[in-house]
Design a protein around this ligand. Structure first.
Ligand code: NAD
Length: 262
């Protein structure tokens, strides 16, 4: 049997942290070697998983036990973890969003010391969809109109979703366009006819929809609808664990999910 990969989780008490633990315990190829949360977290001191490791707020003292760190926490915690990991030469997978420009810059610099994989969406399906959208956008060319639709639960506070933006960027890339210059974020009233190079966004909010995204490629007499439907938030955790397996054998550098999949 292969030796399991030892994973340290930063943000272990959070929604993503718990999903990562659950999904890691479901396989015998991964071992949780550190569970880290913030000082004062109710989870500290808890015994976690088959190995009964103790959740702590001190990554530095358990970093040597880890082959890879997976971080889904806060921007400050992500940066602290990345610095500790860089000092010890341990790769980092991070899905934490909302890093400031300065934090993002520092993370990019740390990637000269260790492999760092950062993704705004760890779903394998969404990353495959983005590639298909870029391909369809490029191959269809002018005469086909591109529109992005997304639907989420009623508690979501931002729109369009980060994933819709990612798909819009993929569509724009396929036409060598800059999304910021061609995006139409909403339509109402006398909008005039649609221009051929705009990329439109439609948003639905309601109920408990986990996340649906469709990119329409609409031509004369035909259209393609490329759709991803999320039914379970575990897709992000499983994608991050797959990324960790891939990352631990890579040289230092900055990576994303496309590097894992393609
Ligand atoms: P959450 O609030 O449920 O969990 C965050 C956890 O981090 C909490 O347990 C918190 O106590 C812990 N934490 C805070 N400070 C810490 C510190 N100094 N050290 C260690 N742990 C600390 O949030 P969540 O829903 O799990 O999301 C976490 C992050 O992941 C967010 O930035 C979110 O946007 C992002 N996210 C990304 C993806 C993706 O696919 N990239 C998917 C879901 C969530």
């Amino acid at each position: 049997m292969k030796t399991p990969l030892n994973i340290g989780i930063v943000g272990a008490g959070g929604r993503m942290g718990r999903s990562l633990l659950e999904n890691a315990f479901a396989t015998d190829t991964l071992n949780i070697s550190a569970a880290i949360d913030r000082p004062g977290s109710a989870r500290l001191g808890e015994q976690i998983g088959p190995q009964q490791i103790i959740a702590t707020d001190d990554l530095a003292s358990s970093i040597e036990e880890c082959d890879v760190i997976i971080d889904f926490s806060t921007p400050d915690a992500c940066m602290s973890a990345a610095r500790v990991a860089a000092d010890s030469g341990v790769p980092v997978v991070t899905g934490t969003t909302g890093l400031s420009a300065a934090q993002q810059e520092e993370l990019n610099v740390l990637a000269a010391q260790i492999p760092i994989l950062q993704a705004a969406n760890f779903s394998v399906g969404v990353n495959i969809l983005a590639k298909l959208v870029e391909l369809a956008s490029r191959a269809s060319g002018e005469g086909f109109d591109l529109e992005v639709f997304e639907a989420h639960h009623k508690h979501k506070v931002d729109a369009p979703s980060g994933t819709a933006l990612m798909l819009g960027k993929a569509a724009a890339k396929g036409r060598d366009l800059d999304l910021e210059e061609v995006a139409t974020w909403a339509r109402e009233g006398h909008t005039g006819a649609r221009s051929s190079d705009e990329i439109g966004f439609q948003v639905l909010r309601g109920g408990d929809i986990v996340g649906e995204h469709t990119v329409f490629v609409c031509g004369a007499g035909e259209r393609i609808e490329l759709t991803h439907r999320a039914t379970d938030r575990g897709i992000f955790a499983r994608g991050a664990l797959r990324a960790a397996r891939w990352l631990h054998t890579q040289p230092p550098g900055k990576y994303d999910m496309a590097d894992v999949l393609f």
